[in-house]
Structures are given as C-alpha cells and as structure tokens.
Design a protein around this ligand. Structure first.
Ligand SMILES: CC(C)(COP(=O)(O)OP(=O)(O)OC[C@H]1O[C@@H](n2cnc3c(N)ncnc32)[C@H](O)[C@@H]1OP(=O)(O)O)[C@@H](O)C(=O)NCCC(=O)NCCS
Length: 238
C-alpha cells in the first residue's frame, strides 16, 4: 500500500474504480429487459422528440436535439448533438472538453470522437500531479482536453476517430477508417486516411458557396421537408 499522499489518492482512485465496477456487476443481476425498460422510460422523458435506444449510455447533461437518433452508443456529458443528427451503433463520443456536432449529420457505426488526451508533454503520462481530483471524478486527471467541433450535414464513415481539437467543417465527408486530427479543412471536403487529408472536394467552389450561403440546415423543418427543398437537396449539381 503506498504511504505518500499522492500514493494514497491513487489507492483511493483504484478503490473508486472497484466500487463502480461493483455497481456494474449489480446492474447485471437485474434482468436485462427490466434495465432496458428503466432506460427507455428515462430517455423518452429526457428526449421526447428524439430516439435514444435503451442500450445507450447517455451523460446526465448531454444535449440531444430534436429528431436525433442514437443507437447503442456512449454519448458523454459535454456533448451537444444538433437536430436530426444520427449516431450509429457502438460509437463513443465524449471527453472532458466540449464536443459540438451540428445538424443533419450522419455518424456511422464505431466512431470514436473524444476531446481528451493524456498529458504526454510531461515526463510521465501517469496521472500523478493532480491525482487529488480523482476523489470526485472518474476520468484519470493528468489529461488535457481541447473542444471538438463538427459542422452541419457532415458524414463520418464507419470506424472514424476524431481526436481532441479537431474541427470538421460543414458538408465534409470523412472516409471509413480515417483519423481526423487538428487540421484546417475546407467545407465540403472529402477527408481520408491516417492522419486524415483531403482526398477530394465534393463540389466546385461556387456550389459549395451557394450551399453555405443558403444555410438550409437552419431553416424550419417545414421548409427543409417541403417538396421543392427535398428535390433541391437531393439533386446533384452539374
Ligand atoms: C469516402 C467515400 C465516400 C468515397 O467514395 P467514392 O467517392 O466512391 O470514392 P472512390 O472509391 O472513387 O475513391 C476515391 C479516392 O479516395 C480513396 N479512398 C476511398 N475510400 C478511402 C478510405 N476509406 N480511406 C482512404 N482513402 C480512401 C480511393 O483510394 C481513391 O483514391 P485515388 O483517387 O487515389 O484512387 C468512401 O470511400 C467511404 O469511405 N465511404 C464510407 C462508407 C461507410 O463507412 N459507410 C457506413 C454506413 S453510413
């Protein structure tokens, strides 16, 4: 057993983790259906106009816009999902920094969008210096967080990782398996690879400018889902 003050905090932290795991084990003693029913009722109450599957794990202060769809995913406290955004199976979106995702985004299965890194600039990545915080928070504290921002109408393919500080502008498509870091990207770019680099522009500059100017994602649902607008948005520019 460590004797120093910091060592004691580490011991407490480990104890805390055991406690949490015990809670998890206890929860597994409940019939799965019972637990899912509890979550279903709770998510329906919190997000009456969205769909959040009962096997998702949602933070207590997560903001989920209307008509969003979240399938079996973890979405943490600091996350904001814009209206109509859909999250695929088994994604993990969180961290200690804000993660803001715009409207009408499609986030495929197995995405990892996380705003926190271990402090690799220190001599050790081990959580020594501010271990004291571990008493109240479950995240290892010697970390730093940089907000992540994802624009509107963005598609993240399967198995994409978006790292702390990334900024993916409106209209971008991220190819399956890419790792998006802190780059400067233009709207309506297709990004791919590790680290993600522009593969192509989706449209000419004129078309991209027209879409950006239109800000169609900020219009009311009635306007966006009008027949005329649907035809416009589904058409492919020359
Ligand atoms: C990004 C994507 C949309 C591009 O599709 P596309 O326009 O048909 O592109 P192409 O297959 O013609 O490939 C264009 C170029 O991008 C490259 N590329 C395509 N996918 C890539 C990927 N995942 N990572 C890196 N490069 C990729 C191709 O090698 C090609 O390069 P080249 O021009 O040097 O030959 C598609 O590859 C993709 O990743 N889709 C995601 C699918 C998915 O995750 N679906 C989940 C359900 S929502």
């Amino acid at each position: 057993m460590p004797k120093s003050e910091d060592g004691m905090y580490i011991a407490k932290y480990v104890k805390e983790l055991w406690k949490n795991d015990r809670k998890d084990v206890l929860r597994k003693f409940l019939p799965e259906g019972f637990w899912r029913l509890l979550m279903l009722r709770s998510y329906r109450k919190r997000y009456p106009t969205a769909f959040v599957s009962s096997d998702s794990d949602i933070g207590t202060s997560t903001r989920i816009g209307h008509s969003c769809i979240v399938w079996r995913s973890y979405v943490g406290d600091q996350v904001t999902l814009g209206d109509y955004t859909a999250i695929g199976l088994d994604s993990c979106i969180g961290g200690e920094g804000d993660v803001t995702i715009g409207k009408y985004c499609a986030i495929a299965a197995n995405n990892y969008i996380f705003s926190t890194n271990h402090n690799h600039r220190a001599r050790t990545i081990f959580s020594l210096r501010i271990m004291k915080e571990a008493r109240s928070r479950m995240l290892p504290p010697d970390c730093y967080s940089i907000p992540i921002s994802i624009g509107n109408d963005v598609w993240l393919g399967r198995n994409v990782q978006v790292l702390a500080g990334a900024n993916i502008p409106t209209g971008c498509v991220v190819a399956a398996g890419a790792v998006v870091t802190r780059g400067d990207y233009e709207p309506y770019t297709i990004l791919g690879g590790v680290p993600a680099k522009p593969i192509a522009q989706r449209f000419s500059d004129n078309v991209a400018a027209e879409l950006l100017d239109s800000k169609w994602w900020d219009k009311s649902g009635d306007e966006v889902f009008s027949e005329e607008m649907i035809d416009y948005l589904l058409s492919e520019p020359e």
